[in-house]
Design a protein around this ligand. Structure first.
Ligand SMILES: Nc1nc2c(c(=O)[nH]1)N[C@H]1C(S)=C(S)[C@@H](COP(=O)(O)O)O[C@H]1N2
Ligand SMILES: [Mo]
Length: 162
């Protein structure tokens, strides 16, 4: 009895520590690969946007502009999207193997006023465990399929003709 209680507590603290240590690797063809953790996420500029979930309800999502993340990773030489850089794209991957692609002009302020964020909060609260700790929000997509949950990596890659 005592040992099973101990085991229960052990697994509880283990799963809890996984949640605390959840991180997102930012990498690919970039000059400055880095890891986003719950700790250093807060030091990046936070913004709040409105977006609808699949059920049509509007929510407020807070987090960091994806453009700031790929800029910090030094993804675009001189931060001017042109020439060869226009073949770069962002591949986002999740714990369940789900993946989505975002093209760089979809987030570059020289090309668009749209904002895509890596969110950690919905309506002022941490995302629930089945969606967080980090989720991409693509507010202007009519379908929510690219609002990928449980993000583990963000890679900036270069598309090549086969
Ligand atoms: N990791 C992961 N994220 C995912 C999915 C998934 O299967 N795995 N499904 C997507 C799809 S198809 C939809 S419609 C939305 C649903 O999320 P919502 O109910 O919060 O709008 O999540 C998206 N994010
Ligand atoms: Mo969906």
């Amino acid at each position: 009895m005592k040992s099973s209680l101990f085991l229960l507590l052990f697994f509880f603290s283990l799963s809890n520590s996984f949640a605390q240590n959840a991180e997102v690797s930012v990498g690919g063809d970039v000059g400055n690969p880095f890891k986003i953790t719950k700790g250093n996420f807060a030091s990046l500029k936070q913004i709040t946007i409105k977006a609808k979930s699949k059920d049509g309800k509007e929510h407020e999502y807070s987090g960091v502009n994806l453009y700031d993340i790929i800029t910090k990773a030094e993804s675009i030489p001189g931060n001017i999207l042109r020439g060869k850089s226009l073949t770069k794209y962002i591949l986002v991957s999740a714990t369940d193997g789900y993946q989505i692609v975002i093209a760089l002009p979809e987030i570059d302020p020289d090309f668009t006023d749209n904002t895509i964020i890596l969110a950690n909060k919905m309506d002022g609260k941490d995302l629930p465990d089945d969606a967080g700790p980090f989720r991409i929000i693509v507010p202007l997509d009519k379908k929510q399929a690219r609002s990928i949950m449980r993000v583990i990596s963000i890679d900036v890659l270069t598309a090549e003709k086969p």
